[in-house]
Design a protein around this ligand. Structure first.
Ligand code: GDP
Length: 364
């Protein structure tokens, strides 16, 4: 599955957000209760209204949403790369995530201490990014030393690694995150395997006070500007509101949102922003027993998509009976879509589209 690491300075609202994310009724979709893997790891259902629609049309007994994992990575403070705070353990945790949700304090409250005694989300973002850059420099130095021998021996992989590590190092020493490096398509795989912290996509989560939840504020506006300049994403959320919502049932939650002038829970927006940031898409399998959503990287072919369900589906892939979501819904189900000629038989080269309803045929 896909993993998002929640980071941020102390007292910015990370735990509040994490608790809201993992406790909310939507996250604990009936059939798949939220499971705590570790105290700081939560598996959250990806909200998708299309799935309910499909289940309704097909009369599916169960609805199984797709999931995204959130890891609350506490302990990042100034000096973490030198082993302060939780230090290295913390950095190891970040290495494993696909993207970083960076919570920034965009609220003022004299009762909640700010580690630097001022509210300045852009400066906070820089503090954290600096630690991540320092950690990358350190790990690159180590890795360069470790591959010296192989590079001298002419090992092709090591030569490529060295070239990429040096490109990253040049950017970092210039005070820039490694994500600014232009990487050729043929180097992409090796580049990703370096797992540098500052190549991970970042979603800035502006934690605003309750009164600013609908419109954001001057702080979140500055974050939006920064995110756009970096090619990263941002969302505006009030962690406190989300925490309150997480204790309500669906109907109460909707009423509460409307009172606050919000159309949708911030957590839904956050999860969807994560999806977009990670270039993820959803396809569906729909039958009388269950309607289920599955996550794939955008651009995945039909066999790759089948492989998300089971490795054997990919290996023995024959074809995918495919109905576009809109056809399924407007025509009123699989049989009707088939009769209208809207069920396509797609082969190995088919690139799955977001919302496709698929049925795989495969050899065992
Ligand atoms: P963490 O250290 O980043 O995990 O931060 P916490 O989630 O523990 O929050 C730190 C404190 O800030 C707690 O007392 C929260 O209730 C408070 N807090 C979180 N979000 C908001 C907010 O939007 N407004 C205000 N006034 N306080 C908040």
């Amino acid at each position: 599955g896909f993993k998002m690491g929640i980071v941020g300075l102390p007292n910015v609202g990370k735990s509040t957000l994490f608790n809201a994310l993992t406790r909310t009724a939507a996250a604990q979709a009936a059939n798949f209760p939220f499971c705590t893997i570790e105290p700081n790891v939560g598996d959250v259902a990806v909200p998708d209204a299309r799935l309910e629609k499909l289940a309704e049309i097909a009369g599916s007994k169960q609805i199984i949403p797709t999931r995204m994992t959130f890891v609350d990575i506490a302990g990042l403070v100034k000096g973490a790369s030198r082993g302060e705070g939780l230090g290295n353990q913390f950095l190891a945790n970040i290495r494993e995530v696909d993207a970083i949700a960076h919570v920034l304090r965009c609220f003022e409250d004299g009762d909640v201490t700010h580690v630097e005694n001022r509210v300045d989300p852009v400066a906070d973002a820089e503090t954290i990014e600096t630690e991540l850059m320092l950690a990358d420099i350190e790990s690159i130095d180590k890795r360069l030393q470790n591959i010296v021998r192989k590079v001298r021996g002419g090992d092709k992989e090591a030569v490529q690694q060295e070239r990429l590590l040096r490109a990253a190092l040049a950017a970092l020493e210039d005070g820039k995150p490694a994500r600014v490096v232009d990487v050729d398509a043929e180097d992409m795989r090796a580049w990703k395997q370096l797992q540098l912290l500052t190549t991970k996509p970042v979603l800035y989560v502006c934690n605003v006070g309750e009164e600013d939840a609908a419109e954001g504020n001057a702080f979140s506006a500055r974050v939006a500007e920064m995110a756009a300049a970096e090619g990263n994403a941002h969302v505006v959320i009030s962690a406190r509101i989300e925490e309150e919502i997480s204790q309500l049932d669906a109907e109460e939650a909707q009423m509460f949102l409307e009172e606050m002038g919000l159309h949708e829970a911030g957590l839904d927006r956050l999860i969807r922003a994560g999806y977009t940031l990670l270039h993820l898409e959803t396809y569906f399998t729909v039958g009388p027993k269950e309607a289920r959503a599955w996550t794939i990287p955008s651009g995945a072919t039909a066999p790759k998509a089948a492989g998300v369900i089971h490795g054997d589906f990919e290996k023995g892939f024959i074809r995918a009976e495919t109905i576009a979501y809109d056809d399924f819904v407007t025509l009123g189900g699989e049989q009707a879509a088939k009769e209208a000629g809207k069920m396509r038989a797609e082969g190995k080269a088919y690139v799955v589209r977001d919302g496709d309803v698929l049925h795989f045929l495969f050899n065992t």
